[in-house]
Design a protein around this ligand. Structure first.
Ligand code: MRU
Length: 349
């Protein structure tokens, strides 16, 4: 399995996604500040991977604390959480992981746990999140595989694969599961300007698995759909609001509209940790604005004239009306999403 991130005992080792596909290099984050930087600079990226990385960042902060007691550690814990929470605003998995650690600490402090016990339990919780993430991806794959055609083209945008999770992937997990069942899927990967997650990362990980893949520029999807080469779209998500509106990598909304116009199903695959029932609609989802250099430059080379205006929102919101189904580890949800999401939360919660 692709080693997106792992705990080494001394820190968190990341496969450096800014260097792929040309270099397969690893970086060790030896303290929580370095984990925060790795998230911010997208050495590690993708909503579920960001959440688990933050959990390990907190475990690292706890391990390396200079505090002598649990009470002394409590304010430092808050600082660590605030730093990690400041890295990327859109993926709700980040806040989900931090909140889960906050609840754990409150429980441990309440039960009079020692600092040593707290360090141990926080690390165990991060390991649990890591394992749960892989299991969720596999279950999601099993739920979603049946939705893909026996044979044909599946378009995806960005990278919602093993590299965006602790392994297997969400959207690409669905593709993997379909291929494992003998379906003959050809993936069309949008290159995904400006960070090129599709061209660099989706292409790299699918090739490693021998899944037939063609990279297309983002502006080619409509033409391929019209030519009958795309039978389904499957993408990941960074945050799904209570009404089913879905934030994902910028350009996903374009793909959803194109799929709708061509009568092609548009599926969103995401773990339950991506569902944000506290956010009513997509309007309220914070959208990250990334450095303009990602648009003005490529591989250190300037592409645009000096001084031109630049916009670089990293995500957009696809209205729920364009989403054919949401694939989660709890099952496949259909519209109306406000009802189906709430019902699933009640049943599983
Ligand atoms: O900016 P990124 O690369 O972190 O954006 C990633 C995406 O938009 C993914 O599609 C999403 O996080 C789902 S990953 C399983």
């Amino acid at each position: 399995m692709i080693p997106t991130l792992n705990w080494t005992g001394d820190g968190v080792r990341f496969l450096d996604q800014t260097k792929l596909p040309l270099e397969e290099t690893y970086v060790l984050a030896a303290d929580y500040e370095q984990v925060a930087e790795a998230i911010k600079t997208m050495v590690v990226r993708g909503a579920p991977a960001i959440g688990v990385s933050a959990a390990y960042g907190i475990a690292l902060g706890a391990k390396k604390t200079k505090a002598g007691t649990a009470e002394e550690f409590a304010p430092e814990f808050e600082k660590i959480c605030a730093r990690l929470a400041s890295t990327r605003p859109t993926a709700v998995n980040l806040f989900w992981a931090i909140d889960r650690m906050k609840s754990l600490l409150a429980k441990l402090l309440g039960s009079g746990a020692t600092l040593g016990q707290i360090q141990e339990k926080i690390l165990a919780e991060a390991h649990a999140m890591y394992e749960e993430d892989i299991a969720a991806c596999k279950t999601m794959g099993a739920h979603g595989a049946g939705l893909l055609p026996e044979q044909g083209g599946v378009l995806t945008h960005c990278n919602a694969g093993a590299l965006a999770t602790c392994g297997y992937g969400t959207a690409l997990g669905v593709v993997r599961a379909a291929v494992e069942r003998g379906k003959r899927i050809h993936v069309y990967a949008d290159e995904t300007r400006p960070f090129l997650q599709g061209a660099r990362l989706t292409a790299w990980e699918l090739m490693a698995d021998g899944i037939p893949t063609t990279v297309i520029c983002d502006n080619m999807a409509a033409s391929l759909m019209r030519a009958g080469r795309i039978q389904a779209v499957v993408v990941g998500a960074d945050r799904i609001a209570a009404n089913g509106d879905t934030a994902n990598k910028i350009g996903t909304y374009n793909v959803a509209i194109l799929a709708h116009a061509h009568g092609i199903p548009f599926y969103v695959a995401a773990p339950w940790s991506t569902i944000d029932l506290a956010t009513a609609t997509g309007e309220a989802i914070p959208i990250e604005e990334r450095p303009h250099a990602e648009v003005t430059h490529h591989a250190g080379k300037q592409l645009t004239p000096n001084g031109v205006g630049i916009s670089n929102p990293a995500f957009d919101v696809t209205p729920a009306k364009y989403v054919t189904a949401i694939i989660t580890e709890r099952g496949v949800l259909r519209a109306p999403y406000r009802e189906s999401l709430r019902e699933m939360e009640l049943v599983a919660g």
